[in-house]
Design a protein around this ligand. Structure first.
Ligand SMILES: NC(=O)c1ccc[n+]([C@@H]2O[C@H](COP(=O)([O-])OP(=O)(O)OC[C@H]3O[C@@H](n4cnc5c(N)ncnc54)[C@H](OP(=O)(O)O)[C@@H]3O)[C@@H](O)[C@H]2O)c1
Length: 250
């Protein structure tokens, strides 16, 4: 299997890379901005038997992401699975009067997904189908994308956008044999959650979360939201009146 993963320098992306390398990926394209970390993850994947290309690349650079896709497809002969995992989280910090942190987060989390996935569609459409399947696009959204919490509206909005985008992509591509999967994790141990100072119920270890994500990807689920207990809490939260939600601190 030929797999591309963005945000492969840490957290979920690095673990996805390691687990795919150990479980049948022949060719891996790993994307991230921190070169030394990318090289470390790549080395671990090579020692599991995968061939690896690294791309020290910012996912917000659309032109470079198109070139990356062309390079990977030329090298590996195609892409079977592309995972748009790179993402950032930051509080809204409305009092700062500076919108740049929020617009940057939207750029990475939304345009980064578009820049990652769309350049692979053409080659997937042209590929010979295997048992009716041509390729698989995956985006990592979040359970946070089911209800905006105080101080984290920007992050929630970016993940809602990702879910909606992927829903649209699946309508357009499914009948061509290309699947689109959105994964909505709850809290998982990573650099991103290490910064959080609020309670993170039902937190999962990275390897456990990634095993669940890989199972959902293998089943080609259209969406996968986990852990179920947190998903249920979020479902309740969606139905709570505003005055209760506004007391949540983050
Ligand atoms: N951990 C959680 O609890 C959780 C829950 C729900 C959803 N998620 C989502 O899961 C994904 C992975 O997050 P994580 O928890 O594993 O966090 P993480 O450890 O902070 O990893 C984020 C990854 O994204 C990469 N990245 C960030 N901005 C980038 C950019 N502009 N261009 C290229 N790569 C970029 C980072 O690499 P470089 O810095 O090297 O570029 C890093 O590899 C994110 O989309 C996040 O929103 C996480």
């Amino acid at each position: 299997m030929r797999v591309v993963i963005t945000g492969a320098t840490s957290g979920l992306g690095a673990e996805l890379a390691r687990q795919y390398a150990a479980n049948g990926a022949t060719h891996l394209g790993l994307v991230g901005r921190r070169e030394a970390l990318l090289a470390e993850v790549a080395e671990a994947c090579r020692s599991s038997g995968a061939q690896v290309q690294t791309y020290t690349q910012d996912v917000t650079d659309g032109k470079a992401m198109v070139e990356l896709a062309e390079d990977f497809v030329g090298w590996a002969g195609g892409a079977d699975l592309v995972i748009a995992n790179a993402g950032v989280g930051a509080p809204d910090n409305l009092g700062s009067g500076d919108p740049s942190a929020l617009t940057w987060m939207m750029d990475v989390n939304v345009n980064g997904v578009i820049n990652t996935l769309v350049p692979f569609v053409k080659s997937m459409q042209a590929a010979e189908p295997v048992r009716g399947r041509r390729g698989h696009l995956v985006a990592i959204a979040s359970l946070a994308g089911f209800r905006a919490l105080p101080h984290h509206g920007g992050y929630a909005a970016s993940k809602i956008a990702v879910r909606t985008l992927m829903d649209g992509f699946s309508y357009a591509l499914e009948h061509k044999g290309i699947s689109a999967t959105t994964i909505n994790p709850g809290f998982v141990v990573s650099e991103m959650t290490a910064k959080n100072e609020f309670p993170m119920p039902f937190m999962l270890q990275t390897d456990v979360a990634v095993r669940r994500m890989r199972r959902a990807i293998a089943r080609r689920n259209r969406t996968y939201s986990f852990p179920r207990r947190l998903y249920f809490l979020i479902w309740l939260l969606q139905r709570l009146p505003r005055f209760i939600v506004s007391r949540v601190r983050g």
